[in-house]
Design a protein around this ligand. Structure first.
Ligand SMILES: Nc1ncnc2c1ncn2[C@@H]1O[C@H](COP(=O)(O)OP(=O)(O)OP(=O)(O)O)[C@@H](O)[C@H]1O
Length: 423
């Protein structure tokens, strides 16, 4: 008898179901049931879901299903509905995720014992400064500026239009010019702008442009001089380019001032992530500016790993792995950073961090607090971090920390008292 053709899965397994029916033989149970049955057992054991601990999976956990999830990193200013309304999507705060990247966490452990740092994300659409304590973001202290890679590329395009060529139809070429030629000046007033030739693609022999000392014969090129430093200067002095936003050092400063006073001295340790952090000389300049802004006895350090644009991705991979392990161990819904007391179900009123989509928040929390993505803390949350340290190539710039590291339990208790008295 011929085996019936494979049926499309009816289970709510979503991502899990197709994998379940791939190897189906005649007489085997229907794929949906197979997936559901296996996953239900796995859910009880809490052992097979690689993203189990990270997953949103709200309704599924009630039915015993633990399914592969999509892990989305968001900033703590994201809309609440974004973090909670998708069953298959788990949202996590991106600055916390970046801290889990092996290269970053190794540097953090190596530099000083302080559990505090400020993550500065420099991406395409924005710059975002987020103070963190023990790997948890202090959500209310996050500060965002609209200046990111998009604005810088647009500024370069305008500048090239005036001096050289109109490349507005070739935006990606302009972005390539930006990434290959621009750099941050130590002091823009003294910067001469060493000329650099960028050979444009002709889209016949060359699909991508390149920087060359000698321009090949017949090739079209542009020579950049001061633009190389003037455009990235918008990160530090956006007002000079007509953008009403704070520069990077001010952004970090504002974020630091938004946390309780006792934590501030420890947040001068800045972890850079995002593609723009690759701009040459950016860490050095940021450190110099922060040094001027922050009190002299506060340590200032800038940390970043190789390819900082991958920090969030690497951290998310670590988060998924560790979340899976901690879920297996605790069999309790929660993100990997939930405190042991939260995992054991004790101390619920004190900041058990619940997974998105299935948040079991203690009664009495405001709706705004309920919507907060996992891995963010409010002032009354006791934080704990899974340490994951696998050294990779990394760059560190700064001075050794002189201020003693705060003791987290004491801090969080004090914060809790402050929070209550403020309320
Ligand atoms: N080597 C480089 N030098 C300078 N800038 C770079 C370099 N590589 C990438 N960038 C810039 O980094 C930006 C992209 O960074 P990243 O990939 O972190 O952004 P994203 O994650 O897409 O941004 P967002 O956080 O807004 O979603 C681009 O604007 C690009 O111009």
């Amino acid at each position: 008898m011929q085996a019936p053709p494979p049926q499309p899965s009816r289970s709510p397994a979503g991502l899990g179901a197709p994998a379940a029916h791939l190897g189906r033989r005649a007489g085997a149970p229907r794929p949906g049931r197979l997936a559901a049955g296996r996953l239900r057992r796995a859910g009880r054991a809490g052992a097979t879901d690689p993203l189990g601990g990270a997953g949103g999976g709200g309704g599924d956990s009630g039915r015993g299903l633990r399914l592969p999830k999509v892990l989305v990193s968001t900033c703590s200013l994201s809309f609440g509905w974004l973090t909670g309304c998708f069953a298959e999507v788990s949202c996590i705060e991106s600055s916390c995720v970046a801290l889990k990247s092996p290269g970053v966490s190794a540097q953090l452990l190596a530099c000083s014992p302080s559990p505090c740092c400020t993550v500065l994300g420099l991406g395409f659409s924005a710059s975002f400064a987020q103070p963190c304590v023990e790997g948890k973001a202090i959500a209310s202290a996050g500060r965002r500026s609209c200046v990111g890679g998009r604005i810088l590329t647009n500024l370069l395009m305008e500048s090239l239009k005036l001096r050289h060529l109109d490349l507005s139809k070739a935006w990606l070429t302009v972005e390539d010019i930006f990434t290959k030629t621009c750099r941050v000046a130590t002091d823009i007033r003294l910067e001469e702008g060493e000329p650099v030739n960028y050979v444009l693609p002709d889209f016949q022999e060359r699909l991508q442009g390149f920087v060359a000392a000698e321009v090949p014969e017949g090739a079209q090129s542009i020579t950049l001089t001061r633009e190389r430093c003037v455009i990235p200067e918008a990160l530090f002095r956006p007002q000079d380019h007509g953008i009403p936003a704070a520069g990077l050092a001010e952004l970090v400063h504002q974020a630091i001032l938004a946390v309780p006073e006792m934590l501030r001295p420890h947040l001068g340790r800045v972890v850079l992530c995002g593609g723009l952090a690759r701009l040459p000389n950016l860490p050095r300049r940021l450190r110099a500016e922060l040094r001027r802004l922050l009190p002299s006895h506060w340590p200032v350090e800038i940390l970043l790993e190789d390819h900082p644009e991958l920090s969030v991705w690497r951290g998310a991979a670590q988060h998924a792995l560790h979340a899976g392990h901690s879920e297996a161990a605790a069999a309790t819904p929660g993100v990997s950073g939930a405190s042991p007391s939260a995992r054991r179900g004790r101390g619920r009123g004190k900041g058990a961090v619940s997974r998105a989509g299935s948040a079991k928040m203690p009664s009495g929390k405001s709706p705004a607090q309920r919507k907060r993505p996992p891995s963010t803390i409010s002032a009354d949350v006791e934080a704990e971090e899974d340490a994951a340290a696998l050294p990779t190539g990394a760059v560190s710039l700064g001075e050794p920390e002189s201020t003693p590291a705060p003791r987290l339990k004491r801090i969080s208790r004090k914060m809790s008292v402050e929070g209550k008295s403020a309320a």
